[in-house]
Design a protein around this ligand. Structure first.
Ligand SMILES: Nc1ncnc2c1ncn2[C@@H]1O[C@H](COP(=O)(O)OP(=O)(O)OP(=O)(O)O)[C@@H](O)[C@H]1O
Ligand SMILES: [Mg+2]
Length: 287
């Protein structure tokens, strides 16, 4: 899983990593970012889901629609039945409401989807490109938040008069949901390798500490840190100035995160788009 603040190169690094792993087995790059960027970076026109980029490389960009389908499949009907006992609401409207209002419901199902995918063993590797950080953090908090909500829920729901329905099935549904939540957290903890992407600039470096703290709170550890956009050539005043500005931030990162595997990705003079360019990134990330 690639995480980090907006625009630091998560998708670029995720794509190059997927390209690398595709040479040793079927690899899926999955994106939980609402804006489709994987198809753009891989320059693929295949509109299937998942889309095939190379014989062993696939991409899948998950959006609102998929989340709704997941919710629908796992809980939608049951929970709707419970709710419709006291509120008159159409199923479609209810699903829209639930997926937009409940904190992190969408993200929870994203994690769940990826967990199920990894269980099915369809792919040797799954590379997970996330949305800019704000969303990633909600994503990580969701299972815990939902867990808290659910601990309260039985008390609330048990007071509702559900007409003909006994309250037992409702509690069963909630319990199943809570278990799902816990399983997702365990999955994130034990089976997902986190790679943090950053750039040697003030704001990005400042934010790093907070992100690490947040991840740590949930028992999640980052194994690798990629410092992107590092200026390596100094043959103009412009580059010299940029490089010397980056120096202090680089030193700070190396000092502070000495326990991590740190990889520097140079700033390229061109946009990193298409397989040939991604191969260049791959060479740096996997020397
Ligand atoms: N090392 C680099 N050298 C030159 N350009 C780069 C480098 N890394 C990334 N870019 C360019 O910067 C832009 C943003 O990169 P990318 O889309 O990978 O970032 P992101 O972290 O995924 O962004 P978002 O948070 O919006 O998802 C892209 O146009 C990409 O080509
Ligand atoms: Mg991206």
């Amino acid at each position: 899983m690639f995480t980090g603040k907006g625009g630091v190169g998560k998708t670029t690094c995720a794509a190059a990593t997927a390209l690398h792993h595709a040479s040793s087995g079927d690899t899926l790059t999955i994106s939980t970012d609402a804006t489709p960027s994987l198809s753009h970076i891989f320059e693929t026109a295949d509109e299937q889901k998942p889309a095939q980029v190379l014989p062993s490389l696939y991409i899948n960009e998950l959006g609102e629609q998929e989340i709704k389908e997941m919710w629908d499949e796992k809980f939608g009907r049951e929970v709707h039945e419970v709710f419709s006992a006291f509120v008159s609401i159409d199923y479609e409207e209810f699903v829209d409401f639930m997926t937009s209002v409940l904190p992190g419901l969408g993200e929870e199902f994203m994690v769940d989807y990826i967990r199920e995918l990894s269980r099915k063993d369809l792919y040797e590797n799954i590379v997970w490109d996330t949305a800019p950080l704000g969303q990633t953090l909600t994503l990580l908090q969701t299972p815990a938040l939902l867990g808290n909500h659910l601990r309260m829920a039985p008390r609330i729901y048990s007071r509702l008069k559900l007409g003909r329905r006994s309250r037992e099935p409702v509690l069963d549904i909630l319990k199943r949901w809570e278990e799902l939540s816990a399983d997702n957290m365990i999955f994130l903890r034990n089976e997902v390798n986190f790679t943090m992407v950053t750039i040697p600039e003030a704001l990005a470096v400042e934010q790093l500490e907070g992100i690490f703290r947040e991840l740590h709170k949930y028992g999640l550890t980052v194994k690798q840190l990629i410092i992107n956009n590092v200026v390596k050539t100094r043959d103009s005043d412009f580059l010299l100035t940029r490089a010397s500005q980056q120096q202090a931030y680089l030193e700070h990162i190396y000092e502070k995160y000495s326990d991590l595997k740190i990889v520097e990705l140079p700033m390229f003079p061109y946009e990193l788009k298409g397989l040939d360019r991604l191969r260049e990134v791959e060479k740096v990330l996997f020397p």
